[in-house]
Design a protein around this ligand. Sequence first.
Ligand code: PLP
Length: 423
Amino acid sequence: MNDALAFDRRHIWHPYTSMTDPLPTYHVVSADGVRIRLADGRELVDGMASWWCAIHGYNHPQLNAAILNQLQKTAHVMFGGLTHEPAIELARALVDMTPSPLQHVFFCDSGSVAVEVAIKMALQFWGAQARPEKHRLLTIRGGYHGDTFGAMSVCDPVTGMHERFRPVLPEHLFVDRPRTRPGEPLHPTDAEQIERTLAEHHTQIAALILEPIVQGAGGMWFYAPEYLSHVHALCHRYDVLLVLDEIATGFGRTGRLFACEHAGVAPDIMCLGKAMTGGYLSQAATLTTSRVAEGISADGGVLMHGPTFMANPLACAVALQSIELLRVGTWQARVTAIESQLREELGQYAGHHAVAEVRTLGAIGVVETHDAVPVAALQQIFVEAGVWIRPFNKLIYLMPPFVIDSDDLHQLTTAIGSALDTL
Ligand SMILES: Cc1ncc(COP(=O)(O)O)c(C=O)c1O
């Protein structure tokens, strides 16, 4: 192990690892297109899009130029009392491209914070309507919304971190994750469970929060748009705000620009992040309707949030350019091509002895194994095969940059087959 890696191992926490026995890390020196270059000269085809956000690939000339251009003007200014063109233009683009009721934008620094802001919006809204008893949240099991406390409280109570933080986490309401798969008619149990819970508790519920169509880090689970439509109608009937967390699904990943489009529903509050900046910089946004935005201030109050790096100009500039690439590009055709190749090439592992299920949707391919996989060992196998794939629990999955070509995608799916053979 070289000096730099030894220092890294001794002094730097990586996500969800211990300081005493961390998982191995690989030293990256650069990345270009869909290739990540390691310090030892090896090149890896990227199957993760850096946790699903580098949709246009790395070192993209137009994204680089957007940042360099903005850098000549200013890297950052505070957003309290000041504003700037990148933020205004990005907000305009977001308002234009998301469902029309969403008219107001709050910028913040990460997806988790966007979820915290969404929760605050919902709680402040009901507080300002003199309905402070509406302070609970309802969600579905198997969700993941981030690692801050409010977000953690609506993550799956088993695979999330509830056990560890139980004494300080607010207790919210959970129903089972929908069993209705895409393409299936709404399962009566799914429909009844959510309806019963809302009927019983709606006077206390501020908002229902979920990831539309695809549950990401909570289990890579896909469910039917019909469930989302049902939930949307129920929220309306029971006067509960609907928060859609599109942080993982937004900006094309599921084959639609936003996953809520599969069901044709508009939420009261929407969280965006990850791919918003094309994976270049950390910036997220929480959007809401005029009803909620005006309602929050019905008692003269203001939305109580204001992070230091809110609407960072570099992040806004690169996000605008990323959206422009989506607007003029062929992302939808690319995602469709990725989807059919994933379906065909990962589908052949469905009968493998280690595999419980294979599922694909948009530019997402998931191989669920019977048992939890040895992450470090598989990571090494993947790196030796010239690919970057990072499994977790029982899930080996691909969410590549949209610009990946079929040969590179084939290399990724083949490497998964080789890894499965070692299980
Ligand atoms: C659906 C969803 N919500 C929220 C988050 C949290 O975002 P961040 O890691 O930027 O805080 C994630 C991250 O994986 C996510 O997938």
